[in-house]
Design a protein around this ligand. Structure first.
Ligand code: ZN
Length: 309
């Protein structure tokens, strides 16, 4: 009993010391803890926090401050269900970037510079990343949706207004566009194409002469349109070509197999879907963009409204 009695005060001191230390530690943490756990990207742990970041910092933030995992957040139009085993990345098709002509038959191929600016501002506000063809391929090959909302912007035919009007707008928003140019019939000069790739744009072939390829099986024609065009553009820009755009969206099995055996990774055509499969990488559907903001927003959700302009 004496032994126990002697130890009792020692236990008491120990208990008091531990309790006081613990209380002090709690108070210290309380004072030094950040007022918000969202101060740095490193502290983001779940979706509700991300949406708080997105909504909370919406007005002030610029593109670069967005969290990369915003894929499921902030759509204005309810999204169409995504088919299984697909990767969702909208691919957009533009042609002429200039004031709309009076002729209704050609008008659908035009988006005004003001409308393109509005569309790019929208993508920037929503935290989209614009992809190069190689980046698109890498995500497609992963088989998974990207963590950050992503989009691939394409411009067909190499019209001079693409250089004059689209290029400055993309640069303004720090975005990348892929310009499909007929290598030997381009309205944009070689030096200008080089200027575009030096500024982060991608120039890829739209054939050599914009020949429609659906009925072409002659191997020399295919070589000229698919391979000479590629080599020519690569020597103009100094960059590797990974994708091809079918003139008039026409192609056949000889065309796709010639692309595959000549270093191409992707072939793009026309369509309505924003969901893609690696096995269909030489038939990638792109959605036509009209001079219409509501239609543009509907593409991003995979549901296509009719243009209303
Ligand atoms: Zn074309």
């Amino acid at each position: 009993m004496k032994y126990k009695r002697r130890l009792r005060p020692a236990f008491l001191y120990l208990f008091i010391t531990v309790a006081v230390s613990f209380t002090l530690a709690l108070l210290f943490v309380g004072f030094t803890k950040p007022t918000s756990s969202l101060q740095t990207d490193n502290t983001i742990t779940d979706n509700s926090e991300i949406s708080e970041v997105l909504l909370g910092s919406y007005e002030q933030s610029s593109y670069s401050f967005y969290p990369i995992n915003n894929f499921d957040l902030d759509y204005e139009i309810e999204r169409k269900a995504q088919p299984a085993n697909t990767v969702r990345i909208p691919i957009l098709t533009y042609h002429q970037i200039a004031q709309l002509p009076a002729n209704p038959r050609t008008r659908d191929y035009y988006v005004s510079p003001e409308m393109l600016d509005q569309q790019m501002a929208y993508l920037s506000d929503k935290g989209y990343k614009t992809l190069t063809p190689k980046e698109f391929y890498d995500i497609l090959a992963s088989g998974k949706n990207p963590e950050q909302k992503s989009i691939w912007l394409t411009f067909d035919d190499g019209n001079y207004n693409n250089y004059q009007n689209a290029f400055p707008i993309l640069k303004k928003y720090k975005m990348t566009g892929t310009f499909y140019v007929p290598s030997h019939r381009s309205g944009i000069k070689a030096s200008q194409l080089k200027e575009m790739t030096d500024a982060g744009m991608v120039i890829d072939p739209h054939g050599k002469t914009h020949m429609l390829l659906r009925n072409v099986t002659n191997s020399d024609d295919l070589y000229q349109e698919l391979v000479v065009s590629k080599n020519s553009i690569q020597s103009m820009t100094g960059k590797t070509v990974y994708s091809f755009c079918y003139p008039g969206c026409e192609y056949n099995g000889s065309v796709t197999s010639t692309l595959a055996s000549n270093g191409y990774l992707l072939g793009v055509t026309c369509g309505r879907s924003i969901d893609h499969k690696l096995s269909r990488r030489f038939s990638l559907e792109r959605v036509h963009v009209y001079n219409d903001m509501q239609h543009f927003k509907s593409i991003l959700s995979g549901v296509l409204y009719y243009p209303t302009y």
